[in-house]
Design a protein around this ligand. Structure first.
Ligand SMILES: [Zn+2]
Length: 261
């Protein structure tokens, strides 16, 4: 076991950073769930105030504080008293825990962890958009590429990392394109290649080992999601399964490093 991580050598700062990570995760979740919702409905995703879906009343800053506003108002709109679905609250808690867990496992603040946190935010947004509309918006894919470009230069192992990422991206892309062409021929319809583009963007961040973990976990998650979609008679969304695979691969990398395997 290697405990020589800064978070473990300075426990108070470590705990402070992990609590902050949870809060930032919740704040980013609140922002990205709203963004995804607006993109799906074709609204301007930057401008405009959030409003209650039932009475349309504009929400104030006090109504928008992640988790706490929901609990303080007991899940009801302050203005009309209608029940607010707990979906956003659930994603705020999930992303908060994911941020805290990612930082705790990685043990230090660097380009690797910044890239992982940024990806987690974007993956939540595009998974929600895909689940609601069946389309992965290209804007999210462009943002993923920007995160890669901005963080790759700060890595110590830039050359090996970039080459492995590009190789993994090309390999997974090739396999998926062949699979999609065959599936399209069998079904007799033109398939949406959004999931292929998404997988290729994400593989840039993973080495060969990470890519294997992501593909394995993504496949299992995909089968579960497909079964859930079939039973609800809705279109199958692949982005959530791909996202889960990649996030598990990210976390597993740090667990492996910690165990010194
Ligand atoms: Zn209302």
């Amino acid at each position: 076991m290697n405990f020589s991580y800064p978070l473990f050598t300075m426990p108070f700062i470590g705990i402070y950073l992990i609590v902050m990570a949870f809060l930032f995760g919740a704040i980013f979740a609140s922002f990205i769930t709203c963004t995804a919702w607006r993109v799906v409905r074709g609204e301007d995703w930057m401008l405009g105030h959030s409003h209650c879906d039932t009475c349309g009343h504009e929400l104030s800053t006090a109504d928008l504080f992640p988790i706490f506003s929901y609990l303080a108002l007991k899940g009801k709109c302050r203005y009309c008293g209608s029940k607010v679905p707990p979906r956003d609250l659930i994603f705020e808690i999930i992303l908060g825990l994911l941020f805290a867990g990612t930082l705790a496992l990685h043990g230090q603040v660097d380009a690797v962890v910044v890239a992982a946190l940024a990806l987690e935010v974007l993956l939540l947004g595009l998974s929600l958009a895909d689940w609601d509309s069946g389309v992965i918006p290209n804007g999210f894919l462009a943002a993923i590429l920007v995160v890669w470009i901005l963080t790759v230069g700060f890595r110590d192992d830039i050359q090996r990392y970039a080459l492995e990422g590009i190789a993994a991206s090309a390999a997974v892309g090739l396999v998926l394109v062949i699979a999609f062409v065959i599936a399209g021929k069998v079904k007799g319809e033109k398939l949406n290649y959004g999931p292929v583009k998404l997988a290729m963007c994400l593989m840039l961040f993973l080495g060969i080992r990470g890519a294997c973990i992501a593909v394995a976990v993504g496949l299992v998650a995909g089968i579960i999601f497909a079964a859930a979609c079939k039973s609800k008679k809705r279109k199958i969304a692949l982005a959530p399964a791909i996202s889960i695979g990649v996030i598990v691969a990210f976390l597993a990398k740090d667990v492996i490093a910690m165990l010194g395997v």
